[in-house]
Every structure is written in structure tokens, then in C-alpha cells.
Design a binder for this molecule. Sequence first.
Ligand code: GLN
Length: 472
Amino acid sequence: MTATALKAAMEAGELSSREATEAYLTAIEEREKDIRAYLTITPKTALAQADAADKRRGRGEALSPLDGIPGAIKDNICTKNVRTTCASRMLENFVPPYDATVMGKLSGIAMLGKLNMDEFAMGSSTENSFYQITHNPRDLSRVPGGSSGGSAAAVAAGEAAFALGSDTGGSIRQPAAFCGVVGLKPTYGVVSRFGLIAFASSLDQIGTLTRDVRDGALLLNAIAGHDPKDATSVKREYSDFGAQIGREIRGMRVALPKEYFGEGLHPEVKEAVLAAAKKLEGQGAEIVETSMPSLEHALAAYYVISCAEASSNLARFDGVKYGFRAEGYENINELYDKSRSEGFGREVKRRILLGSFVLSAGYYDAYYKKAMQVRTLVKRDFDRILSENDLILSPVAPTAAYKIGEKIDDPLTMYMGDAYTVPVNIAGLPAVSLPCGTDGAGLPVGAQLIGKPFSEAEILRAAYVLEKEAAI
Ligand code: GLN
């Protein structure tokens, strides 16, 4: 069931939170041996929270819009008293003494557990987890995408009614596309990052993975809002993000930048996304062909900026304050050295090295500064396209889900898979990824709808139309 349907059933007295939570815990028990989406399962907490929610409901009270709904959380979002590992050895035993702001906003949910991811959210397949490989519920031999692969897989497998993820360069949208669920990356600043373990602070944003578009609005309504604890969160009042769902899209201008459909895009993915454009057109939208020249440079800029920020953010993991500490060191430098060498995995080290390099004296102007200039160009291109149009439609990833192990030894090819998602983060825009069809092998294909800052309600309105059309 969707979270919206669960909520309605609970409000009608047809279902208790305990019954729903027990059903999800049973599903987890049955399916986890194949899927492996969870790093930590918290059945006791979930059932206690479910019982508390049922009591509240009996009194006609609710703590949040998702009161009593069983959901799960990506393991880079701090949960008080529940281990939060970032899928890293570095944080194997880290139990946060506080909750991320989003957890407070979701108080009342029955939290089923914490979800697998690429270590520190660096990756596109969840194979960079220190702990386990998550399997795509649509085909167990394939990756679920990443870095929020556990979140997408759990929702797709019916192991959680909804999940939170984080998106720095596509980590919500791409796994949503690979697993056939809906992923929403909000405008930068709409959701507080307080308690989200930082990867690249100017790009990171928490968002939602849900079974359908309506659930995305329900969940975003709950987690959005200004937070004095996050200096980059926006002071703004939000109205219902689902308010436009169900309205027609006649006259909406939907832009298709040709660079998003060029070389590297798998023909079957292209076909499915173009078919989605036709469906929107059939509902009265105007499809506008346009151009985004900066797209070809966005990926390189992303890997410079995100690694630069990561090298700084991850400096705090030094074996001294918290997290993993190596044994057998002689002095403080050896303590740093050994703890970081043993605590971080290969991909994280690669990015720290890259980031330190592009920030170093002598290379700063050539790499970091250049990347920031490209960032401005990407923003300008989006500004131009979105001043003439309401939305942009594009693929989410160049291919559907690939086989486990297929790309893990080839980081560059893996990075290339992020080309269509990273520009959105570079410009701080909102975007949704939703299933729009299948490829020849029956694997889900995702479509991406990108909008102006704070246009989540419009994006969801068009997404809802596409969701209904794609189901036909
Ligand atoms: N796949 C991208 C990367 O590896 C994006 C990750 C993310 O959004 N956290 O950096």
C-alpha cells in the first residue's frame, strides 16, 4: 500500500499502525535475505512507536502527517540512539546523541530501520557500502542504483512504506529510476540538512523515495521548512506540495534539451522518455525542443566541486573525536594516518585525494575555480530554459539498472552515469524521477522532471499526469 492509503485506512479505523508495522516487519524478514536493503533493523522501536501512534489516534491526536506509518531512513541521517554508519567502517559503532531535524519532523512514524547506501553517499550502485551489497528487487542480479540504493530497494520491495534518502548528484533520483519508484529531490534549502552527515554541503539535500507521486508530496509536506540549525535552509512558508496534483497540464511548456538525448543514452531509455513526452503532449502540454550547451561540462564540474567539499567535510574523521580508531600507532600522525587508511574505503579515499588535489595551491584556479565558473554557466542555462518553459523533461540515467559487479572496477564509467542528474544539484533545483516505462529486459526506466526553484508542486502535478498515463 502507499503511505497515503495506509494513512486513510488508519484514519478510517480499518487498520492499526501495529498491524501495518507487523506486516512490514514480516516482509523484511521474508525478503531481506534476497534484497539486503537494511543495515540496521529496529523492530522493537518500530512496534513501540506503532503502539504509541495507535493510542494517539484513539485520542484523536497525531504528531505528524505520517503518524503511525512504517518507514525507513538512509543511514547517513542521524537517528538518536540508533546506529548511523554512513555504510562506512569509520562509523561502524557511531550512535548519534541527537536526531536530524527531519527525524523530528517525522516524529510519530514507526521507524523500521536504517538503509544501506554507498559509503558516505559516494557512488551510484550501493556497491561501495562497507557492509553488504543491496540487490535490485526488480532483478536480483542487478544493482539498485545509488547512493540511496537501500532506500529505493526497500520501497520497491515493500519493505517500507516510504524512505528518506539524500541527493548530492542524483542519489535519490537514479536509484528510484533503477528500482521503479518515485524519487523527489527538493530545491536546495527546502529541507534542513541538520543531522545529515555531510558529503558536499553546497549540493546535498534530503528527499523522498515513495511508491507514488502523491506519497512524495505527503512526505515532503512533513519534512520541509526553515530550520535555524541549518544556515542554508530557506526562510519561507510552504503551501501543500500536493495541492496541484489532479489538475490538468494543458498549456504547460515542457522543454527537451537536445543534449540530454545525445550520445551515450541507451536507445531503449531514449525511446521510453520520448514516449513520456508524447504522453504529456497528449494531455495538452506543449513540448519544446531546446538546447543546454553547458550540460557536457556539468559532470566534470560536479566531480571537482563535490570532491573538494568532501575532502574538507571528511577531515573530521581523524580517529580522535569519534568513529573508528586504528590500533598500534606510535604518535598522533600515525593515529590519523592509520585510522583514515583503515576506516575509509577505496572510493572515499579516491575522492578525498581528488578533492585535496583540486584545492591545492597551484591547481586551485585550474580546477576548482574553473568548476565554479561552469557552475555559473549551468545555472544560467537552466534560468534561460526555465524562464521560457515550465519544466524540463529528461532521462534520469543513460541506462536501466546494470549487473552487480559490471562497473565497480571502472569508476569513470560509473561517474558518467551521473551526467543527467548532477546539473540539477549544481543549480540547486528541484526534480523528480518517476517510472515511465520499461526496457527490452522489462527493467524500469525513469523520467526526470526538473523545475524552477520552489516549483515542487508544479513538478508533482506533471509527474502525477505522467504516472497515470504510464500506467495505462
Ligand atoms: N553518484 C553520484 C556520486 O557518486 C551522486 C552521489 C550522491 O548524490 N550522493 O557522487
